[in-house]
Design a protein around this ligand. Structure first.
Ligand SMILES: [Zn+2]
Length: 98
C-alpha cells in the first residue's frame, strides 16, 4: 500500500489544504511538531513518481510523509494497513502556516 490510498485513523479538520501546504513548503520549511520535535518539511514523490508528497524529517531522520488523501488523517496511507502516524507533523505544519 502506498499513497494515495486514503488516510488511516482519526480524521481531523485542518485549517489549510494539502495543496496550500505543498505550496508553502516549496524548498524547505522548519516548524515544531505538536510533540515538540524540530521538523523539516520538503517536497517528495512516491516511488512511482505519480503522487506529490510532503516529507517530514527530524534530527533522527525521515519520520513520515503525507499526500493529499491522508493530509486530514492522524495516520498516513503509506506502509501497512495502519499507515504511519503523521498527525503530529501535519498538525504542526498546518498551525505553523497561520
Ligand atoms: Zn497518503
Amino acid at each position: 500500500m502506498a499513497h494515495p490510498d486514503g488516510g488511516r485513523g482519526t480524521r481531523f479538520q485542518r485549517a489549510h489544504t494539502f495543496e496550500q501546504a505543498y505550496a508553502f513548503v516549496a524548498g524547505e520549511v522548519q516548524f515544531p511538531s505538536t510533540t515538540g520535535q524540530n521538523i523539516t518539511a520538503r517536497h517528495g514523490t512516491t516511488n512511482d513518481g505519480q503522487t506529490q508528497t510532503i516529507v517530514f524529517h527530524s534530527e533522527r531522520g525521515r519520520m513520515a510523509d503525507v499526500c493529499s488523501q491522508c493530509w486530514d488523517f492522524g495516520n498516513n496511507c503509506s506502509g501497512d494497513r495502519t499507515g504511519t502516524r503523521a498527525g503530529q507533523y501535519i498538525r504542526g505544519l498546518d498551525e505553523f502556516m497561520d
